[in-house]
Write a protein that binds this ligand. Structure first.
Ligand code: ADP
Ligand code: DP6
Ligand code: CO
Length: 356
């Protein structure tokens, strides 16, 4: 008997221009466009295997070995339904194909990093889910087309369908058909830029991205200013900076946008705090590192950004990485060395630094 099974893996992406707010919570249509870098190292990935079999009674999913309920009308169910629909279209064109669209699927996914801790597991998770079902169903769909489905699992997931520098265009249609991910530049366009991930805490965050951003949409006036006057300009400017490999401009915009995202979280009622004292100490360190460089006639050397959690991501040209690691170790001397060459980080406890 034939076995129908496919495995896919997807890395996380870390936004430079943050997605925070939905105009349609069901279709996951955002209030602003966003832009991210997909990390290309192996430390932060989801790997998902999907199997279709005529003997399966219902769709089931295991995340890190624990079964998750696939709620009717929920995000997982929507993604599975949409991919089955595309498979059915393919089967209707070619009647020799097995009718996989009528079989239930069993899906098993693993994250090799903490889930729901502000390290973008929903991004790699839903991207890997969509990619594995697309492979199982042999869909002739482009990454942008698949991003339309991944978006309905978790907004940030649509950007992990591409590597490199990726924009999620918010679109304007009410059915969401133009709210998709596009590649701004492939990774090879700017190989010199690297990401250091500083895991300050791998605890599950107190406020999920989904509920946090909804509260922001309902209560923050600063968000209205951000989506109307700030993000459209920043999207253009950072895309130009990436195309020109202009780290100075890229760094400035990335740090500004991280700051504004956390300001918007603070402007939410009740306020949301994603960063902690260690996060803020790392910001101070990078600010000082850049100030010394600029004061000596040099350029910005690193850019920090924080998602919905306390963990820092530092973007920097490769030549500065060693210095940045040393700086962090100097500041947090209790750091424990890990086996990764850049795997050093302390700052109060567990945590490691990995290169991307
Ligand atoms: P994060 O900061 O990690 O993205 P979120 O609150 O946005 O946190 O999303 C976490 C949720 O994403 C999890 O509770 C789970 O529902 C979903 N998720 C995470 N990893 C996977 C995966 N590999 N496959 C399917 N869903 C996943
Ligand atoms: C701060 O994509 O996790 O990381 O669409 O509700 O699943 P849902 O939210 P999610 O939000 C990510 C928010 C962010 C910024 C970003 O990745 O752009
Ligand atoms: Co998420």
């Amino acid at each position: 008997m034939a076995v129908y099974q496919a495995t896919a893996s997807a890395p996380v992406n870390i936004a430079c221009i943050k997605y925070w707010g939905k105009r349609d919570t069901k279709l996951i249509l955002p209030t602003n466009s966003s832009l991210s870098v997909t990390l290309d190292q192996d430390h932060l990935r989801s790997t998902t295997t999907s199997r279709a079999d005529s003997s399966f009674e219902k769709d089931r999913l295991w995340l890190n070995g624990v079964e998750e309920e696939i709620k009717e009308g929920g995000r997982l169910a929507t993604c599975i339904r949409e991919l089955k629909r595309l498979r059915k279209e393919v089967e209707e064109k070619d009647s020799s194909l097995p009718k996989l669209s009528s079989y239930a699927v069993h899906i098993s996914s693993r994250n090799n990093f903490p889930t729901a801790a502000g390290l973008a597991s929903s991004a790699s998770g839903f991207a890997a889910l969509v990619a594995s079902l697309a492979a199982l169903y042999q869909l002739p769909a482009s990454p942008s087309q698949l991003s339309l489905i991944a978006r309905q699992g978790s907004g940030s997931a649509c950007r992990s369908l591409f590597g490199g520098f990726v924009a999620w265009e918010m679109g304007s249609k009410s059915d969401g058909s133009d709210s998709l991910a596009v590649e701004i530049a492939p990774r090879e366009h700017w190989p010199d830029i690297h990401a250091l991930i500083c895991v300050v805490s791998d605890d599950k965050k107190g406020t999920s991205s989904t509920s946090g951003m909804q509260r922001t949409v309902e209560t923050s006036t600063l968000l209205q200013h951000r989506i109307k006057y700030v993000v459209p300009e920043r999207m253009k400017a950072i895309s130009a900076a990436i195309r020109a490999r202009d780290f100075e401009a890229f760094a400035r915009i990335t740090m500004q946008d991280s700051n504004q995202f956390h300001a918007v979280a603070l402007d939410t009622d009740p306020p949301i705090f994603y960063m902690n004292d260690v996060s803020r100490a790392i910001i101070a360190l990078i600010v000082e590192y850049n100030r010394v460089s600029v004061a000596a006639g040099g350029k910005l050397k690193a850019a920090y950004t924080y998602d919905a959690g306390p963990n820092a991501v530092i973007y920097a040209p490769k030549e500065n990485l060693k210095e940045i690691v040393e700086l962090i170790l100097n500041y947090f001397p209790q750091a424990e060395p890990f086996k990764d060459p850049f795997g050093l980080f302390g700052a109060g406890a567990q945590g490691k630094l990995v290169e991307g």
